[in-house]
Design a binder for this molecule. Structure first.
Ligand code: GLA
Length: 451
């Protein structure tokens, strides 16, 4: 914990902190938007992190402040039904953790005074939001001198984070808790489990922010939630067409069906055999599943607040979404083998292919991310792709340690000093690039300290 946060905690609360928690952000190496489909992903945790200093209270009030004045102080009562703050307010992530813990913590009290300090750029695809959820949960637990199995906590918080309205999967909460120095973590879901895969020695991930903010609870919310919804529709169509013995609820359930591995030797053929349209109207889906438009809306297309998701103007791109999910799952599988063999060339190509699929099939990329990725590749990265939810945020590249400087210089010259200035003169990029362009290696997962 830094001196600054201890000093600041004392200034604000007039007492010493009793504990601190430290939670890392993450870079997803590969496996994008497939966690909620029940396929494994391969992230690393990174040194950029959130620290919370805290001390328990006798009541059920959570007071929370942030060292960064852009995030206003807030307080609320622990309960299993906590009213939301305004849309996009940072405290909703704290409330998400508090509400899901309230439903399982039975001891009295549970209140806490908390102060947050963070170095994970937000709305950047580096999981600052889930790090805050996990940091809040660990703080509330620490205030009650309580602990919880990390797997159980990660699963609870993955569901709990739906409080903010994004229908995310469980990757981010899990990697915050399960990250390990020098290792990538293959994380599988339903049930949550992990396997450590060594990260190549003498390599790092160079992270470059596109400077386009992708706030998952603001501008990117509808774009994000549309993807899990289209995947639910894909699963419904598969049930209607293949009539599996046990209907699937998510695409990853197909892994348990006969002949799946053989089908995945050629995922394009499998996808083409089921999804014959480039885009689907509500009527197309209804015609296949035998459900009414109303039933489809209620089963697959509701937002957290119960309102229906808007039907996209170009229709549901179900075939493309399924193609991405199955091919990306294959790439994760091959990436784990490549990393185990220290085959950075193959892994880099898989990263490149992942980016292309995220862009073409899943619509996650932007011109800025494509530009960054191409600059990184042309300056010698083994592979480069967007990371995280997409729609902005960061691109990442696998880079030999000896090439880091050259690649970072290339990105500075061609992206920050050229492309962004010309294409987005409204973005002020006069400051240092240290916060938006850096190299990381896999770091440890979350820790809790008592004083
Ligand atoms: C966000 C979500 C994750 C995952 C990624 C995309 O970070 O929180 O669950 O779906 O997007 O891979």
């Amino acid at each position: 914990m830094t001196d600054k946060i201890i000093e600041e905690f004392f200034n604000v609360y007039k007492k010493e902190p009793a504990f601190s928690v430290h939670v890392p952000g993450r870079v997803n190496l590969i496996g994008e938007h497939i966690d909620y489909n029940g396929f494994p992903v391969l992230p690393i945790s990174i040194p950029h992190s959130i620290t919370v200093a805290g001390s328990p209270r006798d009541d059920r009030t959570i007071h929370i402040r942030n060292c960064d004045p852009r995030f206003p102080a807030a307080s609320f009562e622990m309960s299993d039904s906590i009213p939301h703050s305004r849309h996009g307010h940072w405290v909703n992530y704290v409330k998400a953790a508090a509400q899901s813990l309230s439903s399982i913590l039975t001891f009295p009290g549970n209140g806490a005074d908390l102060l947050v300090e963070g170095s994970i750029p937000n709305s950047a695809g580096l999981s600052s939001s889930s790090a805050l959820v996990i940091a809040s949960a660990l703080s509330i637990l620490a205030a009650g001198k309580h602990s919880m199995d990390p797997i159980e906590l990660a699963e609870l918080m993955a569901k709990g984070e739906h409080y903010v309205g994004t229908q995310g999967g469980g990757m981010d909460q899990a990697i915050c808790l399960l990250g390990k120095e020098n290792y990538a973590v293959k994380i599988d879901f339903f049930p949550l489990r992990q396997q450590y895969v060594s990260f190549p020695k003498e390599y790092s991930m160079v992270v470059a922010h596109s400077l386009i903010r992708a706030a998952k609870t603001e501008n990117a919310l509808v774009h994000y939630n549309r993807r899990p919804a289209e995947c639910r529709l894909a699963a419904a169509i598969i049930n209607a067409v293949l009539k599996p013995e046990k209907p699937i609820t998510r695409l990853g359930d197909l892994r348990k069906t006969d002949g799946w591995d053989a089908k995945m030797e050629n995922p394009d053929d499998f996808v083409d055999s089921i999804f014959t349209r480039e885009s689907y109207t509500m009527g197309d889906v209804a015609g296949l599943t035998g459900e009414t438009a109303d039933q489809i809306t209620h089963k697959y297309l509701l937002m957290r607040d119960g309102t229906p998701m808007p039907v996209p103007r170009e229709g549901f791109l179900i075939r493309q979404r399924a193609l991405h999910v199955f091919t990306e799952a294959n790439r994760v599988h091959k990436s784990c083998i490549a990393l185990q063999d220290n085959d950075t060339g193959t892994f880099g190509s898989l990263m490149n292919a992942s980016h292309e699929s995220c862009d073409n099939n899943y619509g996650l990329s932007t011109p800025e991310l494509n530009k960054l990725v191409s600059i990184m590749r042309s300056h010698g990265a083994a592979g480069a792709r967007l990371t995280g939810a997409g729609f902005g945020g960061c691109a990442v590249a696998l880079v030999k340690d000896s090439d880091i400087r050259a690649i970072m210089q290339g990105v500075k010259d061609r992206y920050y000093n050229d492309y962004i200035r010309n294409e987005h003169p409204e973005i002020d990029e006069t400051g240092s690039t240290d916060d938006v362009l850096f190299a990381v290696k896999p770091s440890a997962g979350a820790t809790v300290r008592y004083f």
